[in-house]
Design a protein. Sequence first.
Length: 382
Amino acid sequence: MVSAVQKRYLFTPGPTPVPPEVLAASAEPIVHHRGPDFREIYARTLQRLKEVYRTESDVLLFTASGTGAMESAVANLTAAGDRVAVVSHGSFGERWIAICERYGLDVHAIRYEWGDAPDPDEVGASVRESGAELVFCQQSDTSTGVVADVRGIREAVGDATLVVDAISSLGAVPLETDAWGIDVVVSGSQKALMSPPGLAMASVPERVLARVKEPRTFYYDWRANKKAQDGLDAAFTPAVSIIRSLDVALGLLLDDGLEAAFARHVRLGRAARAGVKAMGLELFSPDDDGAAVVTAVRAPDGIDADELLLHLRDHHGVTLAPGQAHLKGKIFRIGHIGWFDVFDIASALAAVELSLSELGAEIERGAAVARAFEAFDTPVAA
């Protein structure tokens, strides 16, 4: 078992590690959420969110997990019995389906095998055939490592309203909310935005807000929340400490530049994949630069992935992510979004190599870290 004084390492795709200055911000004394001290922080945070979203529209901020923002979109844009389309290529596409079904919608599911990327033309044709005027999809599904072409999907679905789950992709891979014409984007604080869990957000332009139906929610009522935010208020008591943290984290991200963040994530993905392959392991996630959020790996023959993860945690203090649903025990996942660098990837790969050897797996030893550094050093095309 891990000693109480041994360092622990977090390499999951959410929650992700948080920079010290971001953690320190959350330890500041509590301020009143309706006072001028907080309003200054709140205003700056909301503006910075718009810059990260690359939108001129309002970004509504909720005290919730990212799933709360997903539910807010369903609750504000639909009425019972409405026909909607959901593009699913992993666990979080299935979450869209579950939320929609809970709200009594007629769901047209456009399902892909987990690990496959949606084809925009196929999606567009299926949406037109279904007659749905509202489409839900995710940009990055961390259960598989697949990052979908949401720009292509936006073009393919025509006049339908598109809602994109960017909970794990915002700040990690390019997402041009306004330039690509995406109607609503939802996200969360605990992934590439390098902040503690507890905040969810949704970009809602006026053209979409004008089409909001009678909200089937009290807490996530978009119009009520926008009215409050317009006065630099919050409709309900916000998580002031986490908002302090998010403000600092967004400042770090924007000071460094979004393009730099995107390039760094591409290089981290390259490093992780190169190291995995150097061990002789098989990737489950795609082997291309689009897979910049998480690297999913098939467990070698004779090894249960969940047992590997327990061994990593209990013997070496390393936490990776398991497979979900039917992939449980078959794959493990290395996250590399947010506050990660190449030395984190090297540590994760070295720990996997050591643990697999200790569990008796036949793998190639000694090459993973060197290959990871080589891949990371390959420049990213501008």
